[in-house]
Ligand binder design. Structure first.
Ligand SMILES: Cc1cc2nc3c(=O)[nH]c(=O)nc-3n(C[C@H](O)[C@H](O)[C@H](O)COP(=O)(O)O)c2cc1C
Ligand code: SF4
Length: 648
């Protein structure tokens, strides 16, 4: 049932072969739930959960067209192999059962061999090494090009045989088709390079091969990077030129537009919303082709606005559907506030260890595991006390209440969120707050009783009132070690709690990492910069921001770079004396004395176990989750909370 809050999102769309009941498209995202080049039942369950909410169309994650693009892990779908077609058919049937159209995205990675993870030599139009991979690619011969063109046609035909309604050619993000299109990667002087028209030739041959093999009733889409955002790469006007040419030939049914290339196309929380909207609009107007706009569109309001402004015909999302498979059903009934928001950290969906997970939705990638069936009602409702209102406590309260337990959440402070609020207080990360706000709303809907400003210090405070206690008391920052104590020295947490001190006459600050190399250090560094300090980051690691997902490192380094940040890697702080901070190179022991107006030290965190220790002797059933077991990331706390609540 659709309530009409978002009339454009739920308006049918009709253009040639594209006959769609609404404007919402699941953008391609590989799940990694692939074994030996074949999808698994877990992958099917994942996609089916997204189909239930009835998007107009699901475009599956990348399917490779030729064995020369296979990974050593065989974690990408190898649909050039007939042996995988039965499982693909099973997935098509599962998705079609919900009335949803299914397209397979087909790709050859070319020179982007994901860190050399290949059994075949990387190959590309020109032998230019990818900045992300160690080896230069082999320059494709015309004979090899003909083989690869044919592989696109063969793979598309296999997808048609296994029930797909169409394919999307992956011509974006710096993979093989884009390598031919882009002057940054195509320096050929034969029929496939030299001018924009010649660079288009490979794509046109691929389109011809697919049409020849799959016929006229097969949907054929194309993904393009509206702006590659690399030196000498395709800009918006170049892509608009390509789109105009394709439209004139009636070559494709739609274009899917994002910006960026490999390493930068899954924009993180620090990117403003809908960064591809402008490119999509220009390309749509230039070509007249149906356009899907994607990237950091998270809310129905934003989707509705982009349709109203004419930026797109269709709204594409990937992470929003990872986070909440029921996004569409909730938007359709006008309940946008019930949508679980993506927080854009890319920590769990993009690390593929070993497959897709989600920081705020532990069910993603675990659709077939019984403990994650959150809506499974309990047969014996219990009275549950949750102590601690951070991400873990909120999640255990939510899932337990959803299952029918009677839940009370105690939080010593007068607001919920715990230490996560500090994480959302640093520059560019305020959006994290949305998750806490959402959880609070869910607890309200589920009638969880909130006892704010109530500090549970003894198990006896709960005696007789509850059957189970869940302790989610979190962690605190470790104090500054005595050897660093000096007037100009603070812990990272002092900065978060008390604010950035005003810059001294010497406005140079050292931010000393402890090797954890995570946002707790780099977020504070950004806060110092915003507060007017000139920062040098000191780290014992070999790399900067080594624990931050790679798609966030690029934007972070740009921001730090623009602020003139300096670095000392393989370096620790020895002491702070009257002549300055004494730094030691950890590989050779060399000492450097740096005169700075402020030293901020990453001291790490320790678990708050006081209450858990007291519960050891209490007679009530109790459990501990998250940082109070040992401090980690927010997603660990949410996962443990969800898993526990599924078993209570
Ligand atoms: C886990 C994951 C896997 C992805 N795999 C693919 C892929 O196979 N092909 C592709 O073109 N884009 C892929 N993407 C990019 C998405 O299609 C999308 O462009 C990107 O996530 C930005 O949209 P969003 O902000 O709605 O997530 C992937 C994204 C994620 C998060
Ligand atoms: S892991 Fe984070 S970025 Fe990825 S979908 Fe989940 S909330 Fe969004």
């Amino acid at each position: 049932m659709t309530d009409n809050t978002y009339p454009r999102l739920f308006q049918p769309f009709s253009a040639g072969r594209l006959q769609l009941p609404n404007r919402l498209v699941v953008l391609p995202h590989g799940t990694g739930m692939v074994h030996d080049g074949n999808i698994t039942d877990d992958d099917i369950a994942y996609y089916e959960a997204r189909a239930r909410s009835k998007p107009a169309m699901i475009i599956t994650g990348a399917i490779i067209t030729h064995r020369s693009s296979s990974l050593k892990s065989h974690a990408l779908v190898e649909a050039y192999e007939p042996r995988v077609l039965d499982m693909l058919q099973k997935r098509s049937d599962a998705i079609h059962a919900h009335g949803v159209k299914l397209l397979g995205q087909i790709v050859h990675l070319g020179r982007e061999m994901l860190g050399g993870e290949t059994e075949f030599p990387p190959a590309a139009p020109s032998p230019i090494r990818s900045p992300r991979d160690p080896f230069p690619p082999h320059e494709l011969t015309q004979r090899e090009i003909a083989t690869l063109v044919q592989s696109f046609g063969d793979t598309a035909a296999n997808l048609k045989r296994s029930g797909h309604d169409g394919v999307e050619i992956h011509g974006a993000h710096g993979y093989l088709v884009a390598q031919f299109l882009s002057p940054a990667t195509n320096q050929r002087s034969d029929a496939y390079g030299g001018t924009p028209e010649k660079r288009l030739r490979f794509l046109m041959e691929v389109i011809d091969a697919i049409r020849t093999r799959c016929g006229d009733d097969f949907i054929l889409g194309l993904r393009l990077s509206g702006d590659e955002e690399i030196a000498d790469g395709l800009g918006i006007q170049d892509t608009a030129h390509i789109a105009r040419g394709l439209a004139a030939l009636g070559a494709v049914d739609y274009l899917s537009i994002t910006v960026g290339t490999r390493g930068s196309y899954v924009k993180d929380i620090t990117t403003p919303e809908a960064p591809a909207a402008r490119a999509a609009q220009i390309i749509r107007e230039a070509s007249g082709l149906p356009v899907i706009a994607g990237q950091r569109i998270n809310t129905p309001e934003m989707g509705e606005r982009l349709l109203a402004e004419g930026a797109a015909d269709l709204i594409g999302m990937a992470r929003a559907f990872i986070t909440d498979p029921d996004w569409i059903a909730k938007a359709a009934r006008g309940a946008a506030d019930r949508i679980r928001p993506c927080i854009g950290l890319n920590q769990d969906c993009r690390s593929f260890s070993p497959h897709l997970h989600c920081a705020v939705n532990p069910t993603a990638g675990r659709e077939r595991l019984p403990a994650f069936g959150a809506s499974r009602p309990t047969a014996s409702p219990r009275r549950i006390a949750v102590i601690g209102g951070g991400p873990g406590g909120l999640e255990v309260a939510r899932v337990a209440a959803l299952r029918g337990h009677r839940v009370t959440l105690f939080e010593a402070r007068h607001s919920i969120g715990g230490q996560f609020l500090y994480a959302s207080s640093v520059p560019h990360r305020q959006g994290l707050r949305r998750f806490i706000d959402h959880q609070q709303g869910e607890l309200r809907h589920l009638r969880v009783q909130l006892e704010l400003g109530v500090c549970i210090k003894e198990p006896t405070q709960l005696a007789g009132r509850f059957d189970v206690a869940v302790l989610a008391t979190g962690a605190v920052a470790k104090p500054l070690p005595a050897e660093y104590a000096a007037e100009r020295v603070m812990s990272w947490f002092d900065v978060l709690e008390n604010g950035v001190p005003a810059p001294a006459a010497n406005s140079h600050a050292l931010m000393v990492d402890d090797g954890s190399a995570f946002w707790w250090t780099y977020g504070v560094a950004e806060a110092l910069i915003e507060g007017g300090w000139q920062v040098t980051i000191v780290t014992p690691s070999t790399a900067i921001a080594a624990s931050i997902p790679h798609e966030s490192v690029g934007p972070l380094l740009s921001r730090l770079g623009r602020a003139g940040t300096n670095y000392r890697v393989l370096t620790t702080l020895y002491e702070v004396a009257s002549d300055g901070a004494h730094l030691i190179n950890v590989t050779n022991g060399e000492e450097e004395v740096v005169d700075s107006g402020l030293v901020v030290v990453q001291t790490g965190r320790r678990a708050v176990t006081t209450l858990a220790d007291k519960f050891q002797d209490a007679s009530v059933e109790f459990h501990t989750i998250g940082d109070c077991v040992t401090p980690r990331r927010m997603s660990h706390a949410v996962f443990e909370a969800h898993r526990l609540a599924g078993t209570l």
